[in-house]
Design a protein around this ligand. Structure first.
Ligand code: Z5A
Length: 213
């Protein structure tokens, strides 16, 4: 029996279907009778949610990319220290809508910030904590942005140019190919039902390995 909860993160470009498929993962965890919490980044605690608002709203002043990066890690430090670490230590699983892979994809690949700087902050804030499993929904960003647009007004990060999101997608694809043991790359261009079935099949596989440990 595992003593610690498992840490699962969900990633992808805008409109790739994270929120839609988190429900599929929740359903799956409930079927396995696993205690879990659902949280998100940036955010997940009162202070971190305030930082999220600052990050996503439009400002008259341009936000510097390093400022953005530091705010994301500030929110993450708060989230880890007041929620994630404690929950995992109690044996409860944590399902988190985005985590540090998003920082490598958006601030690293997207904004072009130095990956070494991101990994230094990752070590500072997380120490050795890394997700046990990461599901990455892969989608052509022009399709994802169209889906997101239909939902309403775009926030500050969603308002970037298409090329930015193409770099973000490549960033995620690189992470998935480098870290195949941790990451599941799901083709999110299929119908909702097909995505759901591929996700369930992939989870079934991984779960046998985790729970058989
Ligand atoms: N960010 C960052 O820059 N650095 C970081 O380190 C972190 C985050 C942690 C907030 O993230 C922003 O923070 C995000 C990255 C940045 N910004 N951007 N841009 P978020 O996760 O809260 O917000 P989001 O990425 O904008 O999520 P989203 O737009 O809600 O996307 P989604 O959850 O992947 O999509 P969805 O809501 O499930 O689906 C979108 C629509 O498509 C919806 O109407 C669905 O019904 C529809 N849909 C879903 N699946 C399908 C299929 N298969 N076919 C057709 N239609 C579908």
């Amino acid at each position: 029996m595992r003593r610690k909860g498992l840490f699962i993160t969900i990633e992808g470009v805008e409109g790739a279907g994270k929120s839609t498929n988190i429900r599929v993962i929740e359903e799956f965890l409930s079927e396995w009778k696993l205690d879990y919490i659902l949280t998100r980044e940036p955010g997940g605690t009162l202070i971190a949610e305030e930082i999220r608002e600052l990050l996503l709203k439009h400002h008259e002043e341009k936000m510097d990319a390093t400022t953005e990066l530091l705010l994301i890690f500030a929110a993450r430090a708060q989230h880890l220290s007041t929620k994630i670490r404690q929950t995992l230590a109690e044996g409860t699983w944590v399902l988190c809508d985005r985590f540090t892979d998003a920082t490598y994809a958006y601030q690293g690949a997207g904004r072009g910030l130095d990956v070494k700087l991101i990994s230094q902050l990752e070590r500072l804030v997380q120490d050795n904590l890394r997700p046990d499993l990461t599901v990455i929904f892969d989608l052509d960003p022009s399709v994802g942005l169209e889906r997101a647009r239909q939902r309403g007004q775009l926030d500050r990060i969603e308002s970037q140019k298409l090329e930015f999101f193409q770099r973000v997608r490549e960033g995620y694809q690189n992470i998935a190919s480098r870290e195949g043991d941790r990451c599941l790359l799901i083709d999110a261009s299929q119908t909702r039902e097909t995505v759901r079935q591929s996700l369930r099949a992939a989870l079934e596989n991984r779960m046998q390995a985790f729970l058989g440990e």
